[in-house]
Design a protein around this ligand. Structure first.
Ligand SMILES: Cc1cc2nc3c(=O)[nH]c(=O)nc-3n(C[C@H](O)[C@H](O)[C@H](O)COP(=O)(O)O)c2cc1C
Length: 280
């Protein structure tokens, strides 16, 4: 199965807290939050922050209490087992992705890709764009020469994808093993990119330290000269598709009082899928 319309289916001493501060001595705390414009980083009567101590909390997310109830009162829908495709999380994802496209979700293909380095176990995450989905897995495109994700997956093939579709109050989590796609297969997508992006893939030593912007622009100039007058550009050997082949896929629908509906598909040895409801 290959489904393809559009994308698819083809210094700091600062400390942040994402919970209400418990200590009234903190710069911002729950009791003062509602009188503060959330865009302002410190209460009006607080002296300017020049050198905050390590323990000072500078920002607290809006309190999730009765006085700030609009922020996360999930009420858009519900999810039950009989709505899910019993056979495949891929077609289920396609259904949800299409719904996200049709319901005004901004760039539903935007997804957080997490990888981990071994033996340290150190995790890193970054946003990428999902470009394809078929019955083998979820495909993103990236640099495989110099990026952190490239280094991580050299030794650890486990990765995860996390989608958040706010307008529909839906999250999808994918965990699985990754494989690099071949250059022939990757070239098909590469050819659809505008010329500047094709040149950029060649020019960037992704995630390496630059001496300055001029250095990058110099490399771009070099690549432009190399391919001058040439419409078809071969894909760099260090660039291409990464397929995340899921072992689990979870569909999450926000519900009131945080009693969300969650269903997880788990791949079985015979190639089928088991679906289980998870506690929120
Ligand atoms: C919305 C968004 C989409 C992105 N899409 C991609 C992508 O598809 N591929 C990619 O390599 N980097 C993409 N990036 C840049 C990555 O987040 C990241 O900076 C880059 O891949 C290097 O990460 P790494 O060194 O951790 O591997 C995107 C960034 C944003 C904010």
């Amino acid at each position: 199965m290959r489904i393809a319309p559009n994308l698819l289916f083809r210094s700091s001493l600062l400390k942040m807290a994402l919970h209400p501060a418990q200590d009234a001595g903190k710069l911002i705390c729950k009791s003062s939050w509602n009188s503060i414009n959330p865009t302002i980083q410190s209460p009006p009567e607080t002296p300017p922050l020049t050198s905050p101590a390590d323990t000072d909390i500078l920002t607290v997310a809006p309190a999730n209490d009765k006085t700030n109830s609009q922020a996360d009162q999930y009420a858009k829908g519900a999810l039950s087992l009989d709505e899910l495709d019993p056979k495949s999380p891929f077609t289920q994802f396609h259904t949800w992705f299409t719904a996200a496209q049709q319901n005004g979700v901004h760039q539903p293909e935007t997804v957080c890709l997490s990888t981990a380095s071994l033996p340290s176990g150190r995790v890193s995450a970054r946003m990428v764009y999902l470009k394809e989905l078929d019955s083998r897995g979820f495909v993103v495109y990236s640099n495989f020469g110099t990026s952190k994700k490239a280094k991580d997956i050299e030794n650890n093939k486990w990765a995860s994808l996390t989608f958040w579709w706010r307008e529909m109050e839906r999250q999808v989590r994918v965990e699985g093993l990754v494989e690099r796609m071949g250059s022939e297969e990757s070239q098909v997508y590469y050819d659809t990119r505008i010329r500047g992006s094709r040149i950029g893939a060649w020019a960037s030593k992704q995630s390496q330290v630059l001496e300055g912007r001029e250095q990058l622009e110099g490399w771009v100039k070099d690549v432009e000269e190399r391919f001058e007058g040439q419409e078809e550009i071969p894909i760099p050997e260090f660039w291409g598709g990464l397929r995340i082949k899921p072992e689990t896929v979870e569909f999450w629908q926000g519900r009131e009082s945080r009693l969300h509906d969650r269903f997880q598909y788990t791949r079985l040895e015979d190639g089928g899928w088991k679906i289980e409801r998870l506690s929120p």
